[in-house]
Design a binder for this molecule. Structure first.
Ligand code: TXA
Ligand code: MG
Length: 347
């Protein structure tokens, strides 16, 4: 199959809508990452998403709608859900809500809840309006790879498997939406994202960040979100996270770097700008961005991980941010990409 990559002109949006109505897949930009969309009411089309991505069938999808009124056709909107939507939607927030009957089991893996999101991106909104369909869409990457934040990333992963990619440039947030389960009391935050727990607490009295956000699943543990079971966001290279005081982290990274380099391994050290001077002249330092602007770090993170693969890096040593604000989402993605391999340089 030939994969077209088109700027989001009126004609391209019409073509995209027609493809969706005909049961085909279309990749499109959102403010978080690119999505791989299908008509959420078409079972065969939704199945196509799973085969294009190589995604396990028990991992449910997010349904994208243009506004709260369209959400109401698909799920039960609780008073707190309405408040959150008024505060943060359209935006990088996905709510798990009791599903209505029209939700196909293939979309939500037969669960009692459905994930609903109102994206804040002009192209995603234009596509929802033009097609007048609810759009089921996971991130538009091959399962397990870092989510795509440019059309080129989508093309790299899904070239030949889908007919159309709408190119809306680089995604602004760069990490997937916050997933909040509104069917529990207090609501469970299953995946941190652009809407931080601190922001949610301006609307809700309580939010529980589930432990598995920053630790591996225990053996036999039932995942609260099926997506948590899988190794995720992972580059080809092995990733080791190094935490602790910046001076200690620098020493540990340099020791690990020397050891691996002696064995002929191609290594990169990913460092926050503030700590670059600690490393002095070093051939394989990669700036992560500034600790003072973690939003920019989030926006570039997946792109950077993909770039490391293209450069042929085999081992990545990476500093970590504090788990506050968007830092929690960055740390969560890094932990998963590293399969939770983290060294404590203070010890
Ligand atoms: O920002 C985003 O959320 C992007 C853009 C395209 O909207 N989408 C995205 O979708 O990241 P995906 O499929 O890669 O991640 C959805 C996550 C998965 O971890 C899935 O397990 C979880 O949401 N999820 C979806 N429905 C669920 C449900 N009913 N119960 C529990 N977890 C659910
Ligand atoms: Mg994904």
């Amino acid at each position: 199959m030939n994969t077209q990559v088109l700027p989001p002109t009126k004609e391209a949006l019409e073509l995209a809508s027609e493809l969706l109505r005909n049961g085909q897949l279309v990749a499109f930009p959102t403010e978080t990452v690119y999505g791989l969309g299908a008509n959420a009411l078409d079972e065969a089309a939704v199945r196509g998403i799973f085969s294009a991505k190589g995604r396990p069938a028990d991992n449910p999808l997010i349904v994208h709608v243009s506004d709260a009124a369209s959400a109401e056709a698909l799920c039960q909107l609780t008073p707190d859900a309405r408040k959150l939507m008024a505060a943060f939607c359209p935006g990088p927030l996905t709510l798990l809500l009791p599903k209505k009957n029209c939700i196909l089991p293939v979309v939500n893996a037969g669960l009692p809840s459905v994930a609903i999101r109102i994206p804040n991106h002009p192209v995603a909104q234009a596509l929802l309006h033009a097609s007048r369909l609810p759009i089921a869409a996971p991130s538009a990457n091959v399962s397990g790879r870092p989510s795509p934040t440019t059309a080129a990333h989508v093309r790299y992963d899904l070239h030949g498997r889908i007919p159309l990619i709408l190119d809306g440039g680089t995604c602004q947030v760069g990490l997937e939406s916050t997933v909040l389960d509104m069917t529990t009391n207090p609501p469970n935050l299953l995946r941190p994202g652009g809407i931080s727990p601190e922001m949610l607490l301006t609307v809700l009295p309580e939010v529980r960040v589930v432990d598995s956000v920053l630790r591996p699943m225990q053996e036999g543990e039932k995942p609260l979100s099926p997506g948590m079971m899988y190794r995720h966001y992972a580059p080809e290279a092995k990733l080791i996270l190094v935490k602790g005081q910046p001076g200690h982290v620098c020493n540990r990274c340099e020791a690990l770097y020397r050891e691996a380099t002696e064995q002929g391994v191609s290594v990169r050290i990913l460092v926050f700008e503030e700590h670059l001077p600690l490393y002095g002249e070093h051939p394989h330092l990669v700036p992560l961005g500034s600790l003072g602007n973690l939003e920019a770090v989030a926006q570039l993170l997946f792109s950077l991980l993909r770039q490391m693969d293209e450069d042929g890096a085999q081992l990545l040593l990476c500093e970590v941010p504090e788990p506050k604000g968007i830092g929690l989402a960055i740390l969560n993605r890094l932990c998963r990409a590293a399969s939770f391999c983290m060294e404590d340089a203070d010890q």
